[in-house]
Ligand binder design. Structure first.
Ligand SMILES: C[S@@+](CC[C@H](N)C(=O)[O-])C[C@H]1O[C@@H](n2cnc3c(N)ncnc32)[C@H](O)[C@@H]1O
Length: 297
């Protein structure tokens, strides 16, 4: 799987912040990694527990043997194509800090747009309290961002993975949100009987099993299969969530769901045959149709 034996900055020389960042940047570029300088800086800032700006203000600072050894082990992990966010253990989603581990998908910038659309729909709901269901919550990023940015919501988060739910709970506490409740459950089983929602939101696993094997190693080899692929044709969750939305949305309620750039036509057909109305797909910032929006009439 990995063609190059991971190596790391030699220990037989003295390193400063600048020389280490430069050595690492060149090494990453030579080995075909993108964003080489940024990643070298973020790894070193993580080891030194400082910001990137502070690195720039301390370029001549020498590294201790312990700091170099900590850096070397993180650098080797990046050389195996492990995503930077897993190595550092956190990321940002809509400006909020979100802890990350190998049990959850790394939140993506496209998903921020899904949440922005959801928030504008939620703000237009003329109710004091808006019931939101987030299906497949992962790290909790979507639920927490909605709960924080649209405080009149009560967000219920459904997630099948206990490990993911534990992390989501930590993120709920880290961001001090009170209006999220985490529920363990499988969207393919009966769940939350007798409950209906004003908004249902989901970023489901929508990569087909065939396409999964063609993804870049960062995603294919490190992100949880349970979070990335539906193990089928890519539409298993899309079909199910459209049905769930028809049965669990209040009249006038909205479904928002992230899909792949090439799933638009088929997803519209699925949503319409599930009985949903006003079905449309909105573009992400690259112009790709990625966000299904539909209503229950
Ligand atoms: C694409 S990830 C989305 C994670 C997060 N909401 C985000 O946007 O970054 C899909 C999530 O669905 C969860 N999941 C997979 N199968 C499920 C099922 N049958 N029922 C409920 N959740 C499921 C996965 O564990 C994963 O956390």
């Amino acid at each position: 799987m990995h063609h190059t034996a991971p190596t790391s900055p030699p220990t037989d020389q003295r390193w400063t912040v600048l020389s280490l960042v430069e050595w690492s940047t060149n090494y990453l570029i030579e080995h075909g990694f993108d964003e080489a300088r940024l990643h070298a800086e973020l790894l070193l800032a993580h080891v030194l527990q400082c910001t990137r700006l502070q690195l720039y203000m301390n370029f001549d600072r020498p590294l201790t043997a312990d700091e170099l050894s900590a850096y070397r082990s993180l650098f080797k992990r990046r050389l195996t194509h492990e995503p930077l966010q897993y190595i550092i253990g956190e990321t940002e989603f809509m400006g909020l800090p979100i802890s990350i581990n190998l049990e959850v998908l790394i939140p993506r910038p496209e998903t921020e747009q899904l949440v922005e659309h959801a928030i504008s729909i939620i703000r237009a709901v003329e109710k004091e309290s808006v019931d939101v269901l987030d299906i497949g919550t992962g790290s909790g990023n979507i639920a927490i961002a909605i709960a924080k940015l649209a405080p009149k919501t009560l967000v219920t988060s459904l997630e099948v993975s206990t490990a993911a739910l534990n992390l989501a709970q930590q993120n709920v506490e880290r961001n001090a949100v009170k209006n999220v409740s985490l529920v363990r459950g499988d969207v393919f089983e009966a769940f939350l009987p007798d409950r209906v929602f004003d908004v249902i939101i989901s970023n489901p696993p929508y990569i087909s099993i065939e396409e999964h094997s063609t993804l870049e190693p960062e995603v294919r080899d490190f992100e949880p299969h349970l979070a990335v692929t539906d193990g089928a044709d890519g539409y298993r969750f899309i079909r199910r969530i459209c049905d769930v939305a028809f049965h669990k949305l209040r009249e006038g309620g909205s479904l928002l769901m992230e899909i792949a750039y090439n799933q638009s036509d088929q997803t519209i057909a699925i949503a319409e045959s599930a009985g949903l109305a006003e079905v449309r797909v909105l573009a992400d910032f690259s112009g790709n149709p990625r966000i299904l929006v539909a209503e229950k009439k």
